[in-house]
Ligand binder design. Sequence first.
Ligand code: PLP
Length: 397
Amino acid sequence: SLTLAERVSAIAPSATLAMAGAAKRLKAEGVDVFDFALGEPDFKTPENIQEAALKAMRSGQTHYTPPSGIPELRQALAKMYSETRGLPTQDVQVVVSNGAKHSIHNALMAVCGPGDEVIIPAPYWVSYADLVKLTGATPVVLQTTEANEFKLTPEQFLAAVTPRTKLLMINSPSNPTGVVYTRAELEALADAVLKSDQVGVLSDEIYEQLLYGDAEATCFATLRPGLADRTITISGVSKTYAMTGWRIGWSIAPTPVAKFMGDIQSQETSNPCSVSQWAALEAITGPQDSVVAMKSQFTKRRAYVLERIAALPDVTCIAPGGAFYAFMNISAHLGRTLGGKVIGDSTEFCLTALSSAHVALVMGSAFGAEGYARLSFATDLTTLERGFDALERFLRH
Ligand code: PLP
């Protein structure tokens, strides 16, 4: 029989997708499920972007493209980072990939390997640790605390640096906590990074445009002179433009790294989807009113969700400054009986919430933080209202 490669044991299937799958199965049985598991906007991709894709398709843009992306999109991204993010960027530093997840994979493949360590603050996005393990490198997970708003401190980072440390992974606004580091906090981390010669940074800025209140996006690579030479910036169209299915993300990297990422991609996938690239070009260069409209919906939902969480028994949550997640502290419920079951951990909490209340959440353990459950509010207000009613009944039982 065909035996599996050793690296397979390092990879767990994405827990968010697994929870979404369980919710889907329940829905297929005819159950009315309140699905707060998946991290994707429920909006349709804006019309102007769809039109650009149709136009591209009809005008024959249906062939292989250069491996790192069409020149028009790379140029537009270089211009966007240079002019709006304060990061002087040349076209050759841009690699367009099949979603930001793929960009992160390429970036890690380009700079990490066996023997290297990658520092990941927890709670972290589910894929980080597994993508690091795929390269043969070792994830070094640093636990942050809710009391410190789930933010990594420079002291914590410096205490974890070894001669093998290759990268620090930063994600602000964060999935799953919604936490947004202030500029000053990131500057302090940048100074800590610059204390060593060999540590680079992978800054995942995919939620950069989904911000609430006075939270501000910061492009990490711009914070200190020389930082851009050791930082890989990641973003994409999935979250900002409701384009998860189009699979377009990108990286801005030092030129030699970008070149190698393009080479890897040329062997792996040839190029990202041609039509999607033209759609992404329209997304970033076309009218931005749909982004404003979606953001205003997210703002309303966030306020509603925070109000409902505050009324849940023994559940707390720090207010997310960005993204569309509420990371609820459910630790007070561990050891209690809910839905007829004794709840031992966040997985049992979420599985029971799904089977008893038909509410789909993702267990904190999937993000490296036991005692929490992530609720995505990329769902319409009516579903949120009904879902919270069900969750509240479940917890009050
Ligand atoms: N990074 C973070 C923090 C995310 O939450 C996600 C999606 O859930 C991604 C990257 C990947 O996005 P995509 O591959 O759709 O561009």
